[in-house]
Design a protein around this ligand. Structure first.
Ligand code: FAD
Length: 239
């Protein structure tokens, strides 16, 4: 089968699905992305994300040069490291950034707005992405193709189905029913604070190397007001 006739269906238009779609398009492979959200701005998907060297290289390989350039231009330095502590601010572990690579944009750790990164990844994919397509299940066909079914009653057939539908992947639930998500007992609570002398001082009390990340017992989450954003590992929101 030639590359042109091979058709890939990607379920989920998050960071992974969009990056893959960009890479497949760059390689000349037919691709369609099916995303359940009705619009690209339907919900806030976190605010900032760290991209390490491997991620930079993947974006470099998948994006056309002008979009990779736009990505790089909208990133900043990821700081000097990340500290994890428990709810009593006891240090659990630290990740220090290799500062010798700070000037190498491809090999250094970058910090980027998730919204901006998503805009870059969405660019020029209008003919590839289908919104308001909530995937429900798939069926393998006798001729080797695969058909994906959606909640609106429609379906699509291709040669390969990719699960990029996040931590609660429905594709995975059907393909690997034995692979269950495991509750680790920790939650991460993320928020933005204004950079004032006081917040800078508080931050330096908990961490000497950069961003502090405090891990709390999970029962903290149930005592929070419903308006508080609680990010669970794999929930798709980001730092
Ligand atoms: C608190 C937190 C901080 C993080 N920080 C970082 C970081 O600094 N650096 C880093 O590299 N990673 C970080 N991550 C991990 C990163 O966010 C995820 O690895 C990344 O978002 C996964 O991308 P994805 O495309 O696989 O899934 P997602 O980004 O979750 O996208 C899944 C997409 O699939 C869609 N979808 C779901 N179900 C369906 C369906 N049935 N039909 C159609 N579409 C569907 C969703 O609407 C969504 O758009 C962090 C994660 C968390 C929770």
């Amino acid at each position: 089968m030639s590359q042109k006739s091979f058709h890939v269906m990607v379920i989920g238009g998050g960071l992974g699905g969009l990056c893959l779609a960009q890479g497949l398009r760059k390689a000349g492979i037919s691709v369609a992305v099916y995303e359940r959200d009705r619009t690209h701005n339907e919900r806030l998907q976190g605010y900032r994300i760290h991209i390490e060297a491997m991620g930079n290289r993947a974006l470099h390989d998948c994006l056309p040069p002008h979009l990779f350039d736009a990505y790089i231009k909208t990133t900043g330095s990821a700081g000097t490291g990340l500290l994890m502590s428990d709810e009593q601010l006891n240090h659990l572990m630290e990740f220090a950034v290799d500062l010798t690579k700070q000037n190498n944009l491809l090999e250094s750790s970058r910090s980027v707005s998730r919204i901006t990164l998503r805009q870059v990844l969405l660019a020029e994919l209008d003919d590839v992405i289908q919104l308001d397509k909530c995937y429900s299940h798939y069926q393998e066909n006798a001729d080797g193709s695969v058909t994906a079914f959606f909640a609106d009653g429609s379906s699509a057939t291709g040669d390969l189905l990719v699960a990029a539908d996040g931590g609660n992947s429905r594709v995975r639930q059907q393909f690997l029913p034995q692979a269950q998500r495991v509750e680790t007992g920790t939650v991460a609570i993320m928020g933005k604070v204004a950079l004032t002398p006081r917040s800078t001082h508080c931050s330096s009390l908990t961490s000497s190397i950069g961003q502090p990340l405090c891990l709390d017992p999970k029962d903290v989450a149930s005592s929070l007001p419903s308006t508080t954003s609680v990010a669970r590992p794999g929930s798709g929101s980001g730092a």
